[in-house]
Design a protein around this ligand. Structure first.
Ligand code: THU
Length: 144
């Protein structure tokens, strides 16, 4: 596979997808019944899990990716190498990839380099993108 990203850390993409599948088990999705899991890898190899958490007042919902980022940042982490994301109908194995929504891409942009890896799996194949590919010509902290 073509090498992407600029991290010195050796990233086991299959393992990160397994971690995201594990995180997905804790999704709270009584409204959409669409369960998403994320596994965020820090530069030192530390992992943070995230799952989507929905709210009866729907805009209060938090995506899996942002749950993972906010957990990590609130614990003092700022150095991130990659995130794996998996999602699909609750109670079923993922059958297609679950690309991060626009809001999550922008939040990742706040803390991650263009070379940060976004690892997506449909349960069979892994597709890997850089954040720069998913959010080109982006607005970030250095634009202010
Ligand atoms: N969702 C995520 O957790 N991550 C994404 O990037 C896409 C959408 C969640 C939000 C909501 O709980 C459910 O999937 C349906 O939109």
């Amino acid at each position: 596979m073509e090498k992407k990203g600029g991290s010195c850390l050796e990233i086991n993409q299959e393992k990160l997808v397994e971690e995201a599948l594990c995180a997905r088990q804790r999704a709270y999705v009584p409204y959409s019944h669409f369960a998403v899991g994320a596994a965020l890898l820090c530069g030192d190899g530390t992992l943070y899990h995230g799952a989507n958490i929905e709210c009866a007042s729907y805009p209060g919902t938090n995506c899996a990716e942002r749950t993972a980022v906010f957990k990590a940042v609130s614990e003092g982490r700022r150095d991130f190498a990659a995130i794996a994301v998996v999602g699909g109908p609750e109670g079923q194995e993922p059958a297609s990839i679950c690309p991060p929504c626009g809001i999550c891409r922008q939040v990742l942009r706040e803390f991650c380099q263009d070379s940060f890896l976004v690892i997506l799996s449909d349960g069979r194949e892994i597709k890997t993108y850089t954040l720069g590919e998913l959010l080109p010509c982006s607005f970030g902290p250095e634009n202010l």
